[in-house]
Design a protein around this ligand. Structure first.
Ligand code: ATP
Ligand code: MG
Length: 433
């Protein structure tokens, strides 16, 4: 039979790498707790209209990246979530979480987009999503940005630059939009196919084009910043002031528009040059209209999402090797009736807090010792009929140190000492057998 393969663009995360992910996730959880964010978990599947309504019909995600299908059993139109904000706001609205106070929420998990797989771009990828719901900003906007900087510091990541922009209010965007359409209409013959298609549906997205032939045209297009009113400008200025005070450098990028429709006022991206074309590691902003757009009582909101794969490929912890989890003890056993004792000894060690691998699958003493060595354990605990008869264990350090025979009651203490790097042979002669 031919070998089966994972779906293209969807990765297995194998044990060594999975342990790196867990170490990363621990740092992320501690970081979020430090800012008072609380976890929320949403389903991976939602009704398709949720994303159409939230993200917008004329966006890359909704137009061509969603895994949507009809549930064969009941005909419902379902979609594997391409991002978390829509689901999070849906959950918050459905459960009325904003009725008495604002909420700071986070989640982490897989997202699905049918894109062309390449380094840093997958069809199943993972995000950490952070949402501050019920806050008008600009304080919370600035804090959202500042907290990212702390995570980069916690992870020792260098060279991640901040770009910010303001998308203004919906009315200001409408005025700018009209100006943009007029401008692009006057330059019809310079537009590529994508741009022509978007001219009337989503002209703002034309500014986001990666087509080199259109750069000059786009550079000279009317700028949203010229259409921002007093309030929007004040909001934007306040964020900049807070960032300056916090010593967080930023660049205002007037072309930063984001690929999702729901943003207003603040938008930002954290970008690195170290990942080629997939350089955005975190993106977010304010989306005050979304809660009511999804049927909730109007509430302001802001948040961001970071791409875990991209962050992990930047993350080279100094002690990467230490992130790989190894058992502390490996229990080797053979002989009549010894297995039951091996089970008991293993449980005894786990009771004492030690990660213990008990050998399974039988085999010679020699082959068991090979496994013990390969497991990376600090010690092999050897049980034979002889040890069982006398209530002993043979304690064999695997990374240097003398083998000795000790009472079963003392195993935990010896192991603790060994792991601390202590030398307990001074007051006790090793009992070799
Ligand atoms: P891009 O411009 O790279 O397609 P995006 O604007 O579509 O990104 P968002 O929807 O804002 O991305 O998602 C937030 C973050 O999630 C991105 O900045 C990126 O780090 C990560 N991300 C998005 N799509 C993918 C993907 N297909 N594979 C891996 N990471 C992704
Ligand atoms: Mg994208």
């Amino acid at each position: 039979m031919s070998k089966l393969q994972a779906v293209r663009g969807m990765n297995d995360i194998l044990p060594d790498e999975a342990e790196r992910w867990e170490a990363f996730e621990t740092i992320v959880r501690d970081w979020l707790r430090a800012y008072g964010y609380r976890p929320i978990r949403m389903p991976l599947l939602e009704h398709t209209p949720l994303f159409k309504r939230a993200i917008g019909e004329v966006t890359d995600i909704v137009e061509k990246e969603m895994y949507s299908f009809e549930d064969a059993l009941n005909g419902e139109n379902l979609t594997l979530r391409p991002e978390g904000t829509a689901s999070c706001v849906r959950a918050v609205t459905e459960h009325n979480l904003l009725y008495d106070s604002p909420r700071k929420l986070w989640y982490m998990g897989p997202m699905f987009r049918h894109e062309r797989p390449q380094k840093g771009r997958y069809r199943q990828f993972h995000q950490v999503g952070v949402e501050a719901l019920g806050f008008t900003g600009p304080d919370v906007d600035a804090e959202l940005i500042m907290m990212c900087q702390r995570l980069w510091d916690d992870l020792d990541l260098m060279g991640i630059r901040l770009e910010i922009n303001s998308l203004g209010s919906p009315e200001e965007r409408l005025q700018h939009r009209a100006a943009l359409i007029a401008y692009f209409e006057a330059h019809q013959e310079e537009l590529d196919e994508d741009a022509k298609r978007r001219l009337h549906s989503n002209p703002l997205r034309i500014l986001d084009t990666k087509n080199p032939a259109m750069q000059a045209l786009v550079e000279a297009a009317p700028k949203l910043s010229d259409y921002l009113g007093k309030e929007s400008l004040a909001h934007f200025t306040a964020i900049q002031d807070t960032l300056r005070t916090a010593n967080i450098p930023f660049r205002i990028n007037p072309r930063l528009v984001r690929g999702l429709d729901y943003y207003n006022l603040t938008v930002f991206e954290w970008v690195t040059d170290q990942l080629g074309a997939q350089g955005t590691v975190c993106a977010g902003g304010r989306y005050d209209g979304l809660v009511s757009q999804l049927g909730g009582k109007p509430a302001p909101a802001a948040g961001f999402a970071m791409g875990i794969e991209r962050l992990l490929s930047l993350w080279n912890p100094v002690q990467a090797d230490a992130l790989i989890e190894r058992p502390e003890a490996y229990v080797v056993h053979s002989g009549d009736g010894v297995q039951a004792e091996a089970f008991a000894l293993s449980e005894q060690l786990r009771d004492a807090g030690f990660a213990t691998l008990m050998h399974c699958g039988g085999g010679s003493f020699k082959s068991q010792m090979k496994r013990a060595d390969a497991s990376g354990a600090a010690v092999a605990l050897i049980l034979g009929e002889d040890e069982v008869a006398s209530g002993d264990v043979t304690f064999k350090p695997l990374r240097g140190g003398d083998q000795m025979r000790i009472s079963r009651d003392d195993v935990a203490e010896h192991l603790a000492m060994l792991l601390l790097g202590g030398d307990d042979t001074d007051d006790e002669e090793p009992l070799l057998h």
